[in-house]
Design a binder for this molecule. Structure first.
Ligand code: ADP
Ligand code: MG
Length: 558
């Protein structure tokens, strides 16, 4: 019972201080009494979950405060997402953990974003300008005993100090404007007949294979005149390299920057922070990288456009396996990406099954047609574009067969792109004989059975445990980190609980999930009774990729 003093309520800060004094020295679970909401002079502290002991995962808390933000940043989805991202970075930078006892005592941590500006659950702005941050604290202990005074210092000093960062500051308008501009560029792609756009001067390479920081001293992107386009943004026109719809090859010698260009395009469906070097590099929102991934499971995917009947009479329409080969995995990846809605596929020869890309004349002479089940992509790629509107950007260093089917050919020479379309056309032989018409993707209806979530947890950056099954996302290059991987697991759980009904097919299921996320935000994916600060808004393509890799996925046979 809250003690009353001549009718006036005791302020929460006093009650909290008293509580901590009272439980000081008691065994750690006494901290459970902290759960709930505390008004601490302009700052609301919500303690959602108290850790079981000082060495367990830290306690889950939120702080809320009212921030004087421009109205647009509270109501416009794009501006709000950008402002949330900016506040998260600022809050994170201001977070200083003090050592306040044993184990994780005094630790403060919030989700650390990469350079992408994505809708995340760590910071939320409400329409009335209230900002809420979700983070973790290690409640102080000596051994397994409550350190009440240290806990009070953490709550009354460390947290308010970090929360000071939750205010509009000088960098905020430029951050928001940059994201608004990137969205405008991306939205302008279709009207300009493009699938990707890379602004002149962009810095594409990263510091290393394990860092997303821009490389220092890199050669800024140059733009050949014939591929130069100018797109409009609210901040004015931007000039850069436009990659048109259709089939684009990126060619050139080894180590000249081909894969680096493709990697930048591959991240272009996301916005980036100013200073990243790729803040004006955009690609279609439905861009998908597709690579070979032997060993993966494939469930009921029609891959007959690329592979006819396999040895032993095994059918490929649909194709099922628990252990795909390089070519079957990549063929399935292409069909799955198209099924989930992608109209821009990215392939890099470095990570492709070479027999799926081409078969050269001598090999064709050696292996009779009847014994070779593969129809290589080079024979299908024009149909993909003409019949289904799917564009492809392909990095090829060594296979010239694609020259005869390419609409655009970009050569990378010492990191400088050059338009070699005319030279390529002169060298190109006749286009390959068109094979039989494409067969449309099979309708796939996932079943609830096999999708029971159980416990969902990221095992590492690229693998999720889903009800004791591991979903391996290591070949899904768009997955950013462990939080992203875990989010995909949570998304499958939501599909099981609210969407999959043994009737809807996969695109319908993905539509439903998008509607849920549009209506209620990324918090719908929390698997806890309180908000989870480590979620990000998943794209349908990655959700489909996770579902397609779940080894217990079953389809309705209708
Ligand atoms: P390729 O695919 O043509 O073999 P990569 O794209 O892998 O080449 O690039 C080779 C190396 O060159 C990588 O270490 C990459 O970081 C570096 N690199 C790429 N683009 C640039 C650039 N614009 N300036 C400086 N270094 C670059
Ligand atoms: Mg390469």
């Amino acid at each position: 019972m809250v003690p009353r003093d001549s009718g006036r309520a005791v302020p929460d800060s006093q009650r909290l201080k008293d509580l901590l004094r009272r439980i000081d020295g008691r065994s750690y679970p006494a901290y459970r009494d902290l759960k709930g909401r505390w008004e601490l002079g302009g700052l609301t502290l919500l303690i959602d979950h108290v850790q079981g002991d000082p060495f367990a995962a830290p306690s889950k808390v939120r702080v809320r405060r009212s921030v004087d933000l421009p109205e647009r940043m509270c109501v416009d989805p794009v501006a709000r997402r950008a402002a949330e991202d900016w506040l998260l970075r600022r809050f994170g930078a201001g977070l200083k953990s003090e050592r306040r006892g044993s184990g994780k005592s005094g630790q403060l941590c919030v989700y650390q974003p990469g350079p992408e500006v994505i809708e995340r659950s760590a910071v939320r702005i409400s329409a009335d300008g209230t900002v809420e941050v979700r983070f973790e604290v290690g409640l102080p202990a000596r051994g397994r005993r409550v350190l009440g005074e240290q806990a009070w210092a953490l709550i009354s000093e460390d947290i308010p100090r970090a929360a000071e960062g939750l205010s509009a500051g000088p960098g905020l308008p430029a951050h928001v404007q940059s994201v608004v501009d990137q969205c405008a560029l991306r939205e302008g792609l279709v009207d300009a007949g493009l699938v990707a756009f890379l602004a002149e001067g962009a810095i594409l390479p990263r510091t290393s294979g394990v860092s997303q920081a821009p490389m220092e001293g890199a050669v800024p992107l140059e733009v050949p005149d014939s591929l130069r386009v100018t797109l409009q943004t609210p901040s004015g026109p931007v000039s850069g390299l436009g990659i048109p719809q259709g089939i684009t090859l990126i060619v050139g010698g080894g180590f000249h920057g081909k894969s680096t260009l493709l990697h930048a395009v591959q991240r272009g469906h996301m916005d980036h922070i100013p200073g990243d070097g790729r803040a004006l590099v955009v690609s279609r929102a439905d861009t998908a990288k597709v690579r070979a991934e032997d060993g993966r499971r494939v469930c009921g995917v029609d891959i007959s456009n690329f592979l006819g009947a396999l040895p032993g009479g095994k059918t490929t329409a649909p194709f099922d396996t628990d252990d795909a080969s390089g070519s079957t995995s990549q063929a399935a990846g292409i069909m799955e990406a198209i099924e989930a809605g992608s109209r821009l596929l990215l392939l890099d020869e470095d990570t492709s099954a070479s027999n799926l890309l081409v078969q050269d004349a001598r090999m064709r002479a050696l292996i009779p047609r009847e014994a070779e089940p593969i129809t290589p992509l080079v024979e299908r790629i024009e149909q993909l574009h003409q019949d289904w509107g799917v564009s492809v950007i392909l990095v090829v260093g060594g296979v010239g067969d694609y020259l005869s089917v390419a609409d655009t050919v970009i050569a990378m020479e010492a990191y400088v792109p050059r338009d070699v379309g005319a030279e390529a056309a002169a060298l190109a032989g006749p286009a390959p004989e068109p094979p039989a018409p494409l067969s449309a993707p099979l309708k796939r209806v996932p079943r609830r059975e096999g999708l029971e979530p159980g416990k969902v947890r990221a095992r590492d950056e690229r693998r999720v445990d889903y009800n004791r099954n591991e979903i391996d996302l290591s070949a899904v290059e768009q997955v950013l980190d462990g939080a992203h991987a875990a989010t995909l697991g949570h998304a499958l759980a939501v599909l099981h609980d609210h969407v999959v009904d043994d009737e809807r097919d996969l695109p319908e299921i993905l539509d439903r999930l998008d509607h849920l996320l549009d209506a209620d935000g990324v918090d719908v994916l929390s698997s806890r009774p309180y908000p989870d600060g480590r979620l990000l808004r998943p794209r349908r393509l990655e959700v489909a990729a996770a579902l397609n890799r779940l080894r217990t996925l079953r389809l309705s046979r209708r």
